[in-house]
Ligand binder design. Structure first.
Ligand code: GDR
Length: 319
């Protein structure tokens, strides 16, 4: 929302009624900007509510970022993940087609669609082989978006975004789990950090830069699909090593690999090739891996009152 506000957009969002009634708790991450956006009570599970908001607002652009987005949870509750993610995308596309057909649409696709990828790095042409209900729901959303583009002429684009992180990341995702875990350990509130598969490799970029790519997609004369990635893979172990090093600690003394956090089917390596986004959108990723780790650990340490523990970033850490 901040990039759109800074560009002078009038921003509307949909939000579940329960969250609207409890903003301090449920909307804490957007509280400073709450007065600058128009929030409408609606649910991705109800076509009628989506239709009503789209008809009333008549948006020029729609960024569909709402989903059950935690891959691990999608193994525990496949039904809700598939229902919400697939129907939610369908309802939005159908509402746009019916009452705001000139609205440009962005679908948040995911590198999880590649899953057990047959090639490295992955491009827009790599075959999908999702490994979770979440990945399957995103492939379906991607196909729906393509179909609405081809069948009804909607300016509908999909971003195939690889992992994008920042200090605002939810605590359940591994990067924030590590950065907040480091802060808790320094503060003496924990003495170990239990993680799952330390060897999984991901292509981690900065969320702020990735939302700019979303916006660029909707400014193009023609809709399309774009991989957004840094092109660099790093393991969970590397992330933990750098994160603990930010406070002068050795991760091996604190990190425990716990089978409880392994997924029934994980993906060992995802790394993207953003050549198309660079060529057509002029998009560039700027934040390096070590800077991202540092920013997240720094934010959590300061918020926990242990900012003093932060050490200078080693010169060779700018990987
Ligand atoms: P991911 O993000 O599934 O890639 O999806 P996540 O941070 O949850 O996992 C990344 C990798 O780390 C491994 N891992 C752990 N993960 C979590 N959450 N907790 C742990 O303790 C842990 N230990 C190891 C995982 O097994 C995995 O391999 C994110 C989400 O934002 C999606 O919505 C988005 O589509 C993709 O990124 C791109």
């Amino acid at each position: 929302m901040e990039p759109l506000l800074s560009k002078g957009y009038e921003v509307h969002g949909i939000i579940r009624r329960v969250a609207l009634e409890d903003p301090e708790h449920r909307l804490s991450r957007i509280l400073p900007n709450l007065h600058r956006v128009h929030l409408h009570a609606a649910s991705l599970e109800s076509y009628a509510s989506i239709h009503q908001v789209v008809a009333q607002v008549q948006p020029d652009e729609c960024y569909h970022l709402a989903a059950q987005s935690f891959v691990s949870y999608s193994f525990e509750d496949e039904f809700s993940t598939l229902n919400t993610n697939i129907n939610g995308t369908h309802f939005l596309l159908a509402a746009i087609r019916n009452v705001a057909p000139t609205c440009r649409f962005y679908f948040a696709g995911s590198s999880e669609m590649f899953g057990l990828a047959e090639e490295v790095p992955q491009t827009e042409g790599t075959r999908f082989h999702p490994r979770s209900a979440y990945g399957i729901s995103k492939v379906t959303g991607f196909e729906l978006t393509q179909n609405y583009r081809e069948a009804y002429g909607i300016h509908a684009s999909s971003g195939i975004l690889f992992n994008h992180e920042s200090p605002r990341r939810g605590y359940e995702f591994v990067t924030r789990k590590i950065s907040s875990g480091v802060a808790r350990i320094v503060a003496g509130k924990a003495n170990a950090l239990r993680l799952g598969n330390l060897e999984a490799q991901r292509d981690w970029g900065h969320a702020r830069e990735y939302v700019e790519a979303m916006w660029l997609m909707l400014q193009q004369p023609e809709p399309g699909d774009y991989v957004v990635a840094t092109g660099e893979a790093h393991s969970v172990r590397e992330f933990a090593e750098l994160a603990f090093a930010c406070v002068g600690l050795d991760y091996r003394e604190f990190v425990v690999s716990d089978a409880a956090f392994y997924r029934p089917a994980d993906i060992n390596l995802l790394v993207g090739d953003a050549t198309k986004a660079r060529a057509k959108l002029g998009w560039r990723q700027k934040t390096r891996f070590a800077e991202l780790v540092r920013e997240m650990v720094e934010a959590d340490c300061r918020a926990t009152g242990v900012g003093d523990a932060l050490r200078e970033m080693p010169r060779d850490a700018a990987v």
